[in-house]
Design a protein around this ligand. Structure first.
Ligand code: FPP
Length: 263
């Protein structure tokens, strides 16, 4: 929303205040996507079971949601469970699904307070009926909100999403010549939303892990060693500030070269 919105929530004189003051609100990323990684390592460092890392990760989700909404980011997408994550031990998968249901039940008030619209993206019909019901409830209870769009990627795979979009095109009887990049993008789960300008990955891994493969074609990538349960407002502000220093060329030439008439 604005500098005032974010400063109202930051202790005066704190390092976060200095970071927030450097943000250029004319040049915010419209869509921030985050690969939340490192929950297991965070727990292992503390000799705790992995699930404690996932639980702690929820505090980071809350902090990042509020920071993004107050900054005025249009869309935030968090990668919570991939199509590959079913390979994890059954107990961990069950616990993640339980945490998700509890998250929606407990945090819906917070999401509404910040005027955020919730939705889930992925092969949702393959999730258990109780998880689908919780997601539907989250969507229904926030659909009137007019602020930030919050996508949670669940049973999500970038390749699966592209296959699903192709299936939709075929089902809709689209003629091959009617299909172009714009039309195809509209058939993705994120149809109608801007592509991510900024892709963040925590815990230092340099991979995109099948996340938003089509949509990240021109995203700026920012990787931090910070493990997801330690990720907070200051980290997101650092990411946004670094993003604002990047020269985005989309395959063209440097914008400064353009201004100078340099070829
Ligand atoms: C990756 O860490 C994290 C996940 C697979 C799950 C992310 C889930 C949460 C943050 C909590 C639930 C979120 C919501 C919104 C309810 P990892 O387990 O792969 O960590 P590791 O690489 O250190 O093992």
């Amino acid at each position: 929303m604005s500098l005032e919105q974010i400063l109202a929530w930051i202790p005066p004189g704190s390092p976060d205040e200095a970071l927030a003051q450097q943000v250029n609100f004319e040049q915010l990323p419209s869509h921030v996507a985050i690969i939340m990684d490192g929950n297991g390592r965070w727990a292992a460092q503390r000799q705790l079971p992995r699930v404690k890392g996932h639980r702690a990760g929820i505090d980071s989700v809350r902090d990042v949601l509020e920071t993004s909404a107050r900054l005025g980011i249009e869309v935030l997408t968090l990668y919570a469970f991939s199509v590959e994550n079913w390979k994890r031990p059954r107990a961990e998968v069950d616990m993640l699904m339980m945490l998700l249901k509890r998250y929606i039940r407990l945090e819906i008030g917070f999401i509404n307070k910040h005027n955020i619209r919730f939705r889930a993206i992925g092969r949702l019909d393959e999730l258990a009926p109780d998880v689908q019901a919780a997601l539907d409830l989250g969507v229904r209870k926030t659909e009137q909100n007019t602020g930030m769009q919050f996508n949670i990627a669940l049973n999500y795979g970038g390749r699966a999403e592209i296959v699903d979009a192709a299936r939709r095109a075929i089902e809709a009887g689209l003629a091959p010549e009617a299909l172009d990049e714009q039309r195809f993008g509209d058939l993705l789960y994120t149809g109608g939303q801007p592509d991510p300008d900024l892709l963040i990955r925590t815990s230092g891994e340099m991979r995109v892990s099948n996340f938003l493969l089509w949509q990240i074609a021109y995203s700026e990538i920012w990787v931090t060693e910070t493990l997801w349960p330690d990720f907070r407002r200051r980290d997101l502000l650092h990411a946004v500030l670094d993003y604002q220093k990047r020269d985005r060329r989309y395959g063209g030439i440097k914008s400064t070269s353009l201004a100078l008439g340099v070829k």
